[in-house]
Write a protein that binds this ligand. Structure first.
Ligand SMILES: CC(C)(COP(=O)([O-])OP(=O)([O-])OC[C@H]1O[C@@H](n2cnc3c(N)ncnc32)[C@H](O)[C@@H]1OP(=O)([O-])[O-])[C@@H](O)C(=O)NCCC(=O)NCCSC(=O)C[C@@](C)(O)CC(=O)[O-]
Ligand SMILES: NC(=O)C1=CN([C@@H]2O[C@H](COP(=O)(O)OP(=O)(O)OC[C@H]3O[C@@H](n4cnc5c(N)ncnc54)[C@H](OP(=O)(O)O)[C@@H]3O)[C@@H](O)[C@H]2O)C=CC1
Length: 423
């Protein structure tokens, strides 16, 4: 085997330590790297190794706790795993400003997931559609038998829907949607198993051929909603409100702006999803597909003034998260994060995450419509810049403070400050 080749036969059969040594050799890294990578922090090496393939170590991301949140009348601490400065502060800031008006009120459309079965080579697709619908009772029985545990917890098959799509190469496709209540699980594995169990029968009933059998990440039967009111007093008056409303409208009519606006929302959403061991990609894919559902990519939030002139914000987005399954149970930090939030159900977790997304959006819009994002964000980012410039220990705080004082949060300036500090 050539050391410069990425073809490393049997790599997956090595132990984690052996894999790391192999990577150090192939990538020509300094052997000191093994000390750093060998320290897996608060995720035991054997757990990391059982979670993914070809593991060589772990990567720690800070968890911050957002304070001030009141969700459905309950004070709630929010664990957020993120590498980005000012994200946690922004949630604290937004939540503080709506505490006096009651915090966040949330709701959920349900915990239904959709699995899709793709059927092709059917000459009479509309006929096939009805053939499938006629077998609803049998489909229910197969789905429920596939996951008796889910059934025990009150979940299982709820409905079947069939759509006919026209592919330009493949021709007519008959797409069956299995609608399944996955309760406290995100449900991907649960519904995928059901789709695979039902597919051969769909082929048999219709005479067609099935291809894909997989959940849809456009989880539009699992929408989490949150709303909150910020009084004019709390936000600093009408001009702040109007600036925020204009910022919202900009996002809602312009996809270039909406992408950034929604990225800001996902700063909060993904941080809680990650901290609780849930699937960030599933939530992100669902969020963006949902934002584009009207045919134009739009804002996930809506902002209005109420009859008293106060600012009201709302969010509604797919939130397929669970309390069991994925890494929610296997990652010890995820379990602690769930304990911090004290959530009792996947539904409550999803609703709380929606509230965090709304809070995040509030702070970003307020900063953008007033002082600009850089003032608050860069002040908090200054510590990162100090570390990038080589500051260590107490130097980090000193250099960061000086950067903020100068109003120039730049690495070259941090290096100058550090040199001066060190004499
Ligand atoms: C940064 C702040 C909060 C400063 O805000 P401020 O008003 O200058 O700070 P303050 O010192 O007056 O504090 C107000 C409250 O903010 C919180 N707060 C204040 N500082 C901290 C801190 N260090 N750690 C934790 N919490 C903090 C805290 O709750 C505090 O109240 P207190 O507890 O003191 O009574 C504000 O400017 C802000 O919310 N900015 C928005 C930041 C943001 O959105 N960051 C996301 C990254 S930028 C991005 O990726 C998304 C974006 C912006 O592009 C999205 C978009 O375009 O829509
Ligand atoms: N496109 C995507 O988004 C995809 C995502 N994934 C991954 O799938 C994982 C999530 O799948 P998921 O099905 O949630 O996980 P699991 O299969 O790990 O857990 C779900 C199972 O747990 C059991 N269970 C126990 N208690 C409950 C309860 N109270 N409520 C509901 N179910 C309960 C159920 O039955 P039983 O014990 O019989 O299993 C259920 O099927 C994530 O890791 C995700 O990354 C996988 C494929 C595709």
């Amino acid at each position: 085997m050539s050391t410069s080749s990425s073809r490393i036969s049997g790599f997956h059969n090595l132990t984690m330590t052996e894999r790391l040594e192999k990577v150090i050799e192939v990538a020509g890294l300094n052997p000191d790297v093994s000390d750093h990578m060998g320290n897996t922090g608060n995720l035991a090496a054997e757990v990391a190794d059982s979670m993914i393939e070809n593991a060589i170590g772990t990567m720690n991301i800070p968890i911050g706790v957002a304070t001030n949140m009141i969700v459905d009348k309950q004070d709630t601490l929010i664990p957020m795993a993120t590498e980005e400065s000012s994200v946690v502060a922004a949630v604290c800031n937004a939540a503080r400003q709506c505490r006096d008006s009651g915090g966040f009120i949330t709701s959920m459309s349900g915990s239904l997931m959709i699995a899709q079965v793709q059927l092709v080579d059917v000459p009479n697709p509309e006929f096939a559609r009805l053939q499938i619908l006629e077998h609803k009772a049998e489909i229910k029985q197969i789905c429920d038998e596939t996951d008796p545990v889910l059934l025990k917890y009150g979940g299982g098959f709820r409905d079947v829907e069939v759509r006919v799509l026209e592919g330009s190469h493949t021709g007519a496709m008959v797409i069956t949607h299995l609608i399944v209540d996955t309760r406290d699980a995100m449900g991907a594995n649960a519904v995928n198993s059901m789709a695979e169990a039902v597919a051969p029968l769909i082929a048999k009933w219709t005479g067609g051929r099935t291809y894909l059998r997989i959940l849809s990440n456009l989880a539009d039967r699992r929408l989490a909603r949150a709303r909150a009111t910020w009084t004019l007093d709390a936000i600093g008056g009408e001009s702040v409100r109007d600036g925020m409303l204009a910022a919202y409208e900009f996002a809602d009519i312009d996809p270039y702006r909406a992408a950034t606006h929604n990225k800001g929302i996902m700063n909060g959403v993904s941080a809680v999803v990650l901290a609780t061991g849930n699937d960030t990609r599933a939530v992100e894919a669902g969020a963006h597909a949902y934002a584009a559902q009207t045919g134009r990519y739009r804002s996930l939030t809506h902002w209005e003034a109420d009859q008293d002139g106060n600012l009201t914000g709302m969010i509604e987005m797919p939130m397929p998260v669970g309390l069991i399954g994925g890494a929610t149970k296997s990652h010890p930090t995820a379990r602690i994060a769930l304990d911090i939030m004290a959530v009792k159900s996947a539904d409550q977790l999803a609703r709380t995450i929606a509230a965090v997304g709304l809070a995040q959006n509030f702070s970003a819009l307020k900063a953008l419509a007033t002082t600009g994002i850089q003032k608050g964000h860069m002040a908090l980012h200054a510590k990162n810049i100090a570390v990038m410039a080589g500051a260590i220990g107490a130097e980090v705080e000193t250099v960061a403070k000086d950067l903020v004082k100068l109003g120039k949060v730049r690495v070259d300036i941090a290096e100058d400050l550090l040199n001066k500090l060190r004499g």
